[in-house]
Ligand binder design. Structure first.
Ligand code: COA
Length: 247
């Protein structure tokens, strides 16, 4: 459900569960975490490209999985937590191609990317509070840094969607691509992969700065998020989504 290939130094991670709008399962998070971690040690991987399908990047975490995790599994053991940590520790540049829905972690992972390309139909939304949850993936720190508190509040607490244009204005997206956003993103990833790798790694590290505070925030979010998974208002929101879909 993650199609992974390596082409000329670019590791392509294609989210591939279109029948469920690319909602991310534990198995998918494990594959993503493995692939990102592999990039830290494999010199043949010079850049990662994460992409989805036409009209859907990802609908975020699988809500059925959330219901299964609630109160049953120590959240520190879950694949999603492994993925979030791998995202912070990724040493190779990360490029994203967003064509359509980018929801929940589909929004927040973009804040870790070095380059983000979006089609005009990109729809970027984080309904954490609506689901009784809190922002994750370090977005409670990265969001305000990137776009200012008020705009981050609107995105991460109010759950208002961003169009591609607005995301570009806020600095979350580098470029809106009218036709074949994947191709443009791949060209960019190829460009990155063609640069001297050591200088690229050192430069990226300088730009990212000290990630200690980010790691701490990710862990704090994980603790609160795990508590919220058992909150009655959260379980009610998950069940409402699941039962609506069965009706
Ligand atoms: N978790 C589990 N299943 C999901 C999902 C998710 N996050 N997002 C979509 N799906 C499933 C739907 O249940 C549906 O399954 P079914 O065909 O078995 O009923 C299928 O994907 C298609 O989704 P559907 O809702 O019919 O498509 P849509 O175009 O009407 O709406 C969304 C798309 C993404 C707007 C809507 O599915 C949605 O709101 N998903 C939840 C997003 C979310 O809250 N993610 C968690 C963020 S923390």
């Amino acid at each position: 459900m993650i199609r992974i290939s390596l082409e000329e130094g670019v590791q392509i991670l294609r989210l591939d569960r279109p029948e469920k709008k690319n909602a991310l399962t534990g198995a998918m998070y494990t594959d993503l975490a493995d692939a990102l971690e592999a990039g830290n040690t494999d010199p043949d991987i010079r850049c990662h490209l994460i992409c989805g399908h036409p009209e859907v990047f990802t609908a975020g975490n699988d809500i059925g999985d959330f219901l299964q995790y609630a109160g049953k599994v120590a959240v520190a053991d879950t694949p999603v937590v492994r993925f979030l940590r791998a995202l912070v520790r990724t040493e190779k540049p990360l490029v994203a191609s967003v064509d359509g829905l980018a929801i929940g972690v589909g929004t927040t992972l973009l804040m870790h990317c070095d380059m983000v390309f979006a089609s005009p139909r990109a729809f970027i939304r984080s309904p954490f509070v609506d689901l009784g949850l809190v922002p994750e993936a370090g977005s409670s720190l990265l969001g305000p840094q990137l776009m200012g508190h008020a705009r981050a509040f609107e995105l991460l607490c109010l759950g208002n969607p961003l169009t591609a244009e607005k995301a570009e204005r806020l600095g979350l997206v580098n470029e809106i691509v009218e036709d074949n956003v994947d191709e443009t993103a791949l060209n960019c990833a190829n460009q990155i992969a063609s640069k001297p790798p050591e200088a690229m790694a050192l430069s990226r590290k300088l730009l990212k700065g000290d990630t200690g505070a980010l790691s701490e925030r990710v862990e704090e979010e994980i603790r609160i998020f795990a508590d919220r998974l058992t909150a009655p208002e959260t379980i009610a929101a998950f069940q409402a989504f699941m039962s609506k879909k069965k009706a």
